[in-house]
Design a protein around this ligand. Structure first.
Ligand code: BES
Ligand code: ZN
Length: 881
C-alpha cells in the first residue's frame, strides 16, 4: 500500500515523456502467490529529447526479479530499482533499445483490487488509473500509447479461459498441465486500458455485424451456472453497438468484444480495450434476483463502457487532469442512449435527481473542484460526481449552445482530428468552436471554475405596454482555493405559457441573447424584456434542466402550481411540483422545530391524487412525481443547522396526509397497474411496477397496517415487487412480526446469492432511527458479509452512512465513531474503497452544533493514525480544511 507522500500533482507541470514505448510484450505465468511477469519494452528516445535523458519507470510495491537492456544486465550504478520506481541512467546513445523486466506478484494477497488480483478464484486486473504500475515498471501515464502483445500461461484445470485485449493470436499446451494463449491488440493504447482475465468461467456467446460488415464475436464470461443471467447484458451490448453507429457513426474496431463479470470490483465497470471487466452486479440479472433499477443500471453501464471504445480508448486523455474528457462525455453518451431506449423525460428527471443528490453537495462543500481540476494528491479521488455528472451536463450545454447540428459536426471533427491521440479539454472544446463558428471561451469556464452558480430571477409584467421583464442575476459562490469567480455563460431554456399551459407568443426580446427558446446569461445582470404580450405569462425556466444551477425565482405562488399541473415540458412540470413539495417540507420542518403541528396546502395534497390517476402521464413519470424528495434532498435545501429527526418527522407527516386524503384514488391506480402480465424488464413494464410500488407505500402509510404489504411480499413474482414490499415492511413496520418474518424469509431464499443479500443488507441499514446502528453492527458479523468485498461494504456501511439520515446522524455521535473505525479498517487493505466511503462525512459543517462536533471528532479520529493511505489522507485533510 502506498502511504501518503504528500506530493501534489499540478496541471502546469505536464510535459511529454523523453522516451516512448511503441511496443510492449508481456508474458504472465500465473500463480496465486508467485506470478511471474516478463515485460519486454521496445523503447525509443523521443525526437528532440536530450541524449542523456534518464528514464524513470513507475512502480507501486513491485519486486524486481531481473532486468536486461538489449539482452545484457545493466552495469551497477546505471540503474536503481525500488518498489515505487525503476530509474535508468546513462542509457545507450542510440535511439532505440529493448528492456526486459521481470517482476513477481502475489495476486492472492492483493486486497486493494488494483493491479492483478484474484476474485473468487478468477485472475483479473484493474489498471485505471495507476494500477498497471502494480504489475510491472512502466511509463504508466495515459499519453504513452503502446501496441501490446500478451502471452498468458496458467494451469489448464484452474484456468481454462485465458483472455487479454485485442484479438486472439495463438493458443497451445504446455508441460505440467499448463496451457497458454497469446493476444494481440493492434490499437496503440495507454497502460490503464490493459487487462487480463484467467479462470474457470462460463460463457454466453453471440455476434454482431457492424455497419461496414465486420463480424464481431461477442462473449460475456460469468461464474458457471450464471450464463442465463447475462442475457440482458448481451442484449444491451448489441443495442449499444447499433446505437453508436446510428447516432454517432462510430463502429467497433476489433474481431472480438468480451465482457467479464467478477464479484470483487472497486468500481462499477472498466472499459479495457476489447475486454471490459465488470462488477458482476452490473451484468447479472433475471426476474427472480434483479430489480428494474438493476436492469436499467446494467443497460446504462454496458453502454457506457462500450461507448468508451471511441470516447476514451481511440481518443484518450493527455493526463489525468483531463479525466472528464472521457468520463463526462461518455456519461453524456450513455444518458442519451438510455433516453432513446426508454423515456426521455423520465431519464432526465432521474439524472437531475442524481446530480443534485451527489454533485451539488460536492460542489458546495469542502471537496469542491472544477470539472477539469488543476491539482490533485490522489487521482483515485477525482472519479467524482463533478467530473462525471457535471462533466456530462457541460457536454449537454455545449449542444444547447451550438445547436444539435453543429454539435454533431463538432463530434465528427473531434473524432477525425484526434483519433489515436491523447488530448485535452481545450482540444475538445475547439472542435465545437470550429464546427459552429462560435467563441466558447466564456462557456469553457464550466470546465475550469468550481461551484454551483446561483441564478436569481424576478418578474414584472406591464399590462398596458404588454411587456414582461425578467431581472436575472448570476452569482458563483466561492469554493476551496477559488475565492474570486468569473461570470459564466449560462444557457437557460424557457417558455412563456398561458393559463392553460400553452405557449404564448411574443414579438421580440431585448436585454440578452434570446435564441431558439434559450436565454443566454453571460453578464452579472440582465433585464430581459419581452414585447407584444396580451396577457401575463407564466414563466417556465431552465426547462429540461438546461444548466446545472440553483434558481431562486420570485413569482406568484399560483404560477408554480399551474406549472406543476400543466407545463408541457415534463421536466419543468416535475420541477415545479418538486419545488412546491420541498418548500412545504421545509415549512413543516421549521414548525416541528418550533414545537408546532405542521399543516399542508390542500391543493398540493390533492394534486398527488390527480397525478396518480392521470392516464395521460406515463406510469414511470407518475411514480417519480409521487416520490417525495428524500430526507437528504430536504436537508440539502435547508442548507444548515440540519436536524435529521425533524426532517424525518416532517416528511412522514406529509406522506401520511397525502396517503389518507387520496387513499381511494391510490388504491384504484395501484390496481390498474397490476395486470398479471409475465415479467418483462422493459421501461414500460418497469414504470407500471414503479407506480404500483410507490402507491403501495402510501397505502401502507394510510392504513398504518402491514397486511397489504405482507401479501404483496408473499405474492411477488419478481424481485422488483418483492424488494419494494420488503423495504416498506422493514422501514414502516420495523420490529412488527410481518417485517421480521419477511426479512427472515428473504434471507432463507437468497442467503446463497451475495448480490441479492446486498439488497437485504441495504434495506436493514436504511431503517430510520438511532437503533439501526445496532443492526448494522450485528450485520457486519453476518456470514454473508465481508469488509473485503466492495459491494458488501457499500450496501451495508455505505447505505447506512449515505442513505440513513436519522441512523447515521445519531445525536450521540455513536454512528460516526463506528463509521470511522470501519473506514480505518478498510483503509488497511483497500484505500480506494475507504476513501470513497469517507466522503459520507463531507457535509459535516451543515449539521446542527451538537452533531457537528461529534462528526468533527470522528474526522479527527480518521486523521489521527500514521500510515494512512494517500487516498484516505487526501479526503480527510480536505474535509477538515
Ligand atoms: N473508467 C471507469 C472505471 C474506473 C473508475 C476505473 C475509477 C478506475 C477508477 C468506467 O468507465 C466508469 O466510469 N465506470 C463507472 C460507471 C459508469 C456508468 C459511470 C463506475 O464504475 O462507477
Ligand atoms: Zn467511464
Amino acid at each position: 500500500m502506498v502511504v501518503d507522500s504528500g506530493r501534489v500533482y499540478r496541471i502546469e507541470d505536464y510535459r511529454p515523456s523523453d522516451y516512448l514505448i511503441p511496443r510492449t510484450r508481456l508474458t504472465f505465468r500465473l500463480d496465486p502467490d508467485a506470478t511471474q511477469v516478463v515485460a519486454e519494452l521496445d523503447v525509443e528516445r523521443r525526437h528532440g529529447a536530450p541524449l542523456d535523458a534518464a528514464l524513470t519507470l513507475d512502480g507501486d510495491g513491485l519486486e524486481l526479479v531481473s532486468l536486461t537492456l538489449d539482452g545484457r544486465k545493466p552495469a551497477a550504478g546505471t540503474y536503481d530499482a525500488s518498489p515505487d520506481r525503476l530509474l535508468l541512467k546513462r542509457l545507450p546513445v542510440k535511439d532505440a533499445f529493448t528492456l526486459r523486466i521481470e517482476t513477481r506478484l502475489a495476486p492472492a494477497a492483493n486486497a486493494a483490487l488494483m493491479g492483478l488480483y484474484l476474485s473468487n478464484g478468477i485472475y483479473c486486473t484493474q489498471c485505471e488509473a495507476e494500477g498497471f504500475r502494480r504489475i510491472t515498471y512502466f511509463l504508466d501515464r495515459p499519453d504513452l500509447l503502446s501496441v501490446y502483445t500478451v502471452r498468458v500461461e496458467a494451469d489448464r484445470a484452474a484456468a481454462p479461459v485465458l483472455l487479454s485485449n485485442g484479438n486472439l493470436a495463438e493458443t497451445g499446451d504446455l508441460d505440467g498441465g499448463r496451457h497458454f494463449a497469446v493476444w494481440h491488440d493492434p490499437h496503440p493504447k495507454p497502460s490503464y486500458l490493459f487487462a487480463l482475465v484467467a479462470g474457470d468461467l462460463g460463457r454466453l456467446g453471440d455476434s454482431f455485424t457492424t455497419a461496414s460488415g465486420r463480424e464481431v464475436e461477442l462473449g460475456i464470461y460469468v461464474e458457471h451456472g450464471k450464463e442465463p443471467r447475462a442475457a440482458y447484458a448481451m442484449d444491451a451490448l448489441k443495442r449499444s453497438m447499433t446505437w453508436d453507429e446510428e447516432v454517432f457513426g462510430l463502429e467497433y474496431d476489433l474481431d472480438v468484444f468480451n465482457i467479464v463479470a467478477v464479484p470483487d470490483f472497486n468500481m462499477g465497470a472498466m472499459e479495457n480495450k476489447g475486454l471490459n471487466i465488470f462488477n458482476d452486479k452490473y451484468v447479472l440479472a433475471d426476474a427472480e434476483t434483479a430489480t428494474d433499477a438493476d436492469y436499467a443500471n446494467i443497460e446504462a453501464i454496458v453502454a457506457h463502457e462500450y461507448f468508451h471504445n471511441w470516447t476514451g480508448n481511440r481518443i484518450t486523455c493527455r493526463d489525468w487532469f483531463q479525466l472528464c474528457l472521457k468520463e463526462g462525455l461518455t456519461v453524456f453518451r450513455d444518458r442519451e442512449f438510455s433516453a432513446d431506449q426508454r423515456s426521455r423525460a423520465v431519464e432526465r428527471i432521474g439524472d437531475v435527481r442524481a446530480l443534485r443528490a451527489h454533485q451539488f453537495p460536492e460542489d458546495q462543500g469542502p471537496l469542491a473542484h472544477p470539472v477539469r481540476p488543476r491539482r490533485y494528491r490522489e487521482i483515485n479521488n477525482f472519479y467524482t460526481a463533478t467530473v462525471y455528472e457535471k462533466g456530462a451536463e457541460v457536454v449537454r450545454m455545449i449542444r444547447t449552445v451550438v445547436g444539435a447540428d453543429a454539435f454533431r459536426d463538432g463530434m465528427r471533427l473531434y473524432v477525425e482530428r484526434h483519433d489515436g491521440q491523447a488530448v485535452t479539454i481545450e482540444e475538445f472544446v475547439r472542435a465545437f468552436e470550429d464546427a459552429s463558428g462560435r467563441d466558447l471561451a466564456q462557456f469553457a469556464l464550466w470546465y475550469h471554475q468550481a461551484g454551483t452558480p446561483n441564478i436569481a430571477i424576478s418578474e414584472s409584467f406591464d399590462a398596458g405596454a404588454g411587456t414582461l421583464t425578467l431581472d436575472i442575476e448570476q452569482t458563483v459562490p466561492p469554493t476551496p482555493s477559488e475565492t474570486r469567480k468569473r461570470l459564466m455563460h449560462i444557457p437557460l431554456a424557457f417558455g412563456l405559457l398561458d393559463e392553460e399551459g400553452n405557449p404564448l407568443a411574443w414579438q421580440g426580446a431585448e436585454g440578452a441573447a434570446v435564441e431558439d427558446g434559450v436565454i443566454h446569461v453571460r453578464k452579472r445582470r440582465h433585464h430581459v424584456r419581452f414585447h407584444g404580450l396580451r396577457q401575463r405569462p407564466v414563466v417556465s425556466i431552465n426547462r429540461g434542466f438546461s444548466a446545472p444551477v440553483t434558481i431562486a425565482h420570485q413569482r406568484p405562488p399560483h404560477d408554480r402550481l399551474l406549472l406543476a399541473r400543466r407545463d408541457d415540458d415534463l421536466f419543468g412540470r416535475w420541477e415545479a411540483l418538486n419545488t412546491l413539495v420541498t418548500e412545504a417540507l421545509i415549512g413543516a420542518f421549521r414548525t416541528i422545530l418550533g414545537g408546532g403541528e405542521p399543516e399542508f396546502a390542500p391543493e398540493l395534497v390533492a394534486l398527488a391524487g390527480e397525478i396518480a390517476s392521470d392516464a395521460a402521464l406515463e406510469p414511470a413519470y407518475r411514480a417519480l412525481a409521487l416520490t417525495l424528495p428524500s430526507e437528504t434532498d430536504v436537508a440539502r435545501e435547508i442548507g444548515n443547522q440540519i436536524d435529521p429527526d425533524a426532517i424525518h418527522a416532517a416528511r412522514q407527516k406529509l406522506i401520511v396526509e397525502i396517503a389518507r386524503t387520496n387513499v381511494d384514488a391510490f388504491a384504484e391506480a395501484r390496481a390498474s397497474m397490476r395486470d398479471g402480465r409475465p415479467f418483462s424488464p422493459d421501461a414500460e413494464n418497469a414504470g407500471r411496477r414503479a407506480l404500483a410500488n410507490v402507491l403501495l407505500d402510501y397505502l401502507a402509510a394510510a392504513s398504518d397496517a402491514p397486511q397489504e404489504t405482507a401479501s404483496a411480499y408473499a405474492d411477488a413474482t419478481n424481485m422488483t415487487d418483492r424488494f419494494a414490499a420488503l423495504g416498506i415492511l422493514a422501514h414502516r413496520f420495523a420490529g412488527r412480526p410481518e417485517s421480521v418474518d419477511a426479512l427472515a424469509d428473504f434471507e432463507r431464499r437468497y442467503g446463497g446469492d451475495p448480490l441479492v443479500m446486498d439488497k437485504w443488507f441495504h434495506i436493514q441499514a436504511t431503517v430510520p432511527g438511532p437503533q439501526t446502528l445496532d443492526t448494522v453492527r450485528r450485520l457486519k458479523q453476518h456470514a454473508a458479509f465481508s469488509l473485503r468485498n466492495p459491494n458488501r461494504v457499500r450496501s451495508l456501511i455505505g447505505a447506512f452512512a449515505n442513505a440513513n439520515q436519522t441512523g447515521f446522524h445519531r445525536r450521540d455521535g455513536e454512528s460516526y465513531r463506528f463509521f470511522a473505525e470501519t473506514v480505518l479498517a478498510v483503509d488497511g487493505f483497500n484505500p480506494q474503497v475507504a476513501a470513497r466511503l469517507a466522503t459520507a462525512l463531507r457535509s459535516w459543517r451543515l449539521l446542527e452544533p451538537e452533531r457537528q462536533a461529534a462528526a468533527r471528532s470522528a474526522l479527527l479520529m480518521l486523521a489521527e493514525p500514521e500510515g494512512l493511505s494517500s487516498d484516505l489522507r487526501d479526503i480527510v485533510d480536505r474535509t477538515l480544511a
